[in-house]
Each structure stands twice: as structure tokens, then as C-alpha cells.
Design a protein around this ligand. Sequence first.
Ligand code: GLP
Length: 251
Amino acid sequence: MRVIIGKDYNDMSKKAANMVAAQILLKPNSVLGLATGSTPVMTYNYLIKLFNDETISFKDVVAVNLDEYIGLSKENPNSYRYFMNDIFFNHVDVKPENIYIPDGMAVDLERECQEYENLIRQNDGIDLQVLGIGNNGHIGFNEPDLKFEGVTHCIDLDEETIKANSRFFQKDDEVPKRAITMGVKTIMNARKIILLANGPEKAETIYKAINGKIDPALPASILQLHPDVTFILDKEAACCIEKKESITLCT
Ligand code: GLP
């Protein structure tokens, strides 16, 4: 595991964008696994800048997003599809037919999950997966559980997650209670993973994910077993990390 600590949110976002850019330069037709949430927003801004500078192009990239709320259409500004179009896809040259996000309005949700997993496989898997982390240690929408969830599936969101997400909705009863998410296995099958976190409120979760025991109660802890994972943090989120042999710290 590598841990890169940026000076601040801006610096860590630049470092994250540079890693994504390097992936695209080395393999222009990369399959990128992408994340929502507020954490990666500045990383997307930097990627747009690198695109505008003509440093990178997304024309051959395939984008597969981690998750989507069940019951929100793509026209709903709170859906992850809308969010991704708004903050990223609409500003770069990724082909619309190469963008995949689970359909939270699918009539047959189980089938939607299976088809999503199949399409990742048909694209030969994810080259680089970008992750954020929930306050309870979730990745994608894989909530704390008694076991690690497998492949893409539907999930009931935790009260804590619903509360955290309510900041984006006008009324509490509008906040979705369910979602489709790639499973932990889908994520762990990615060839390379970067996890981004910033701010003091993520410090304890990051400490547990990196230094704690590998436990489905903190889903991100399984990343300790991934052969190519990099945590990209700001100083505040990184404040509690303890050095250990399996961690390469870069500041
Ligand atoms: C949601 C998303 C996660 C994201 C998390 C953290 O639950 N499904 O992918 O990592 O929010 O969000 P934020 O970056 O806003 O803290």
C-alpha cells in the first residue's frame, strides 16, 4: 500500500488527477472506475484542465461508475448520472456510449446488477478505480456488514449514510434509502486503486482503514490486501496514520 499525503485538498486533488492522467497516457483506452461524492470534485476539475491543455484525451476511455441511487432518474440533479455529467463528462471528450452508470430506475434491478457486472467483465475489467470513503468506511455503497459483499448488487443504505447524503436534498424524505453498487469483489478486481479522502472528519476512518484489522465492519479495510492501492490524502485526513512496514509513505 502507498499513502501519498498532499499539503491540502487542492494539492491532493492535483496528485490524484496526475495519477489518472498517467494511466490514460500509458493506456489511452483505459477502463476508469469513477466515484461521486464531494471528495473527487477537484480531481475532476484538474482532469478537465489537463484535457483543455491537450495533455490528455478521454476519447478512447471507458468510464464505469461505482454506484447509483435506486429510484432517481438521470434527469434528477441528485442522481449520480446527472452529477457526473454536470461536473465531468460534459466537459471532456469521453464518448457517451463509453459511459456506464448503473440504472437506478431499471424495472428489473437484479438483472441490472448482473448486466453491470457483465459489462465490466466484457471490457476486460477496471484498469484504475477511483474511490472516496464514507464516514463509516464504505466504498462505493458497500456498507458495513458481517461479510464483504461480492459483485454488483442492490443495497439498503445505512442510517449514517442517509444522514450524510441528506445535505444534497431539500427534504429528508427525498433522500434515497437504496442504491446499486459495485461490490467489494468488483472493486478489488481493479488492477489499480486510488482512494481519496480529505478533512478531519475522515481521519479516524482512514486510520481504521489503513491501520485497523481487516473487517467487513469497515469495508475499506480490505484494500490493505490489494496489490496496487494508493491512498491520496490531505494532512488532516492523514493525521492519525501509524507507519507500518507494508505502507510506503510519500509526503
Ligand atoms: C457516497 C458515495 C461514495 C463516496 C461517499 C463519500 O456515499 N457513494 O462513493 O465515497 O459518498 O462522499 P464524500 O466524498 O462527499 O465525503
